[in-house]
Design a protein around this ligand. Sequence first.
Ligand code: NDP
Length: 283
Amino acid sequence: MSENISVLGLGLMGTALAESLLAAGHQVTVWNRTPAKAEPLLARGAKQAATPEEAVAASPLVIVCLLDYQSVTSTLAGAPLSGRVVANLTTGRPAEARELAAWVAERGGEYLDGGIMAVPQMIARPGALILYSGSEPAFDRHEGALSAMAEARFTGADPGMAPLLDLAMLTGMYGQIAGLLEAAALVRSAGYPLTEFVSSLLVPWLNAMAAQQPLWAEKMASGDHSTEVSNLEINRAGVENLVRAFREQGVKPDLLLPLKAVIDQRTARGLGHEGLSGLIEEL
Ligand code: NDP
């Protein structure tokens, strides 16, 4: 069903979002601080609003994708939010999302926060995911339209939940990147071809390890950190060995050292018999 939807913010991401909504047959009104960026969308049937107020007045669903939360409040400051659903897909922190949800509610609007797990090229393609939190009734009413941009998943009534999960997923990614960088530096120091190492050795290994993570999650959720596989004491010796090997190869183990510090701290408490999942209790 075609809906009236406004999109505020036509950067790389906002443009991709607006394009996907137009392609799905919605009536899209756009606004951007620099108006010229709307031109390609106007050629595809979007309407241009002269002000944020006009854009908000045009549609019950208002999608906002700007630089940061400060630019969102300054843009929406004079807009008539009563009866509107503000779906803010700007990246931010949980506390900012909760604050903005209250700000929108004070002005009579409903709030959804969204964490975009995709780059602009992925929007409206398989694999793109947007996490939402905040008003469940608003999500239910607009789920069809939101799904035109990416798989839409509601994660809870706390508006901070979607940004928190977004940050958690980025945390997992940065951990993986840290491992890749250290492993690549070690391999490069020995002159082994890096592309060969990454594609034929590291990636299959990481995929096999990733398949174990739901079991780790069960351990962490239950607080039962017993293990029959490899306990912390073995891992402490293993990471110490790694760090020595790095130094012998002339490579800095700087991205591994924080992990080593947490393992050392946990084993120093006499918990070396536990599995690695127990490290969560130190964080
Ligand atoms: P861009 O830099 O391409 O666009 C930024 C947008 O914010 C532009 O529309 C810009 O307007 C607008 N803007 C900046 N400052 C202000 C302000 N003070 N008042 C009003 N408008 C302002 O960024 P993206 O589109 O890539 O990113 C937008 C959001 O999407 C960010 O929060 C980003 O983290 C998130 N995101 C982006 C991803 C990506 O891969 N690009 C992935 C996941 C999330 P103007 O055109 O006038 O400069």
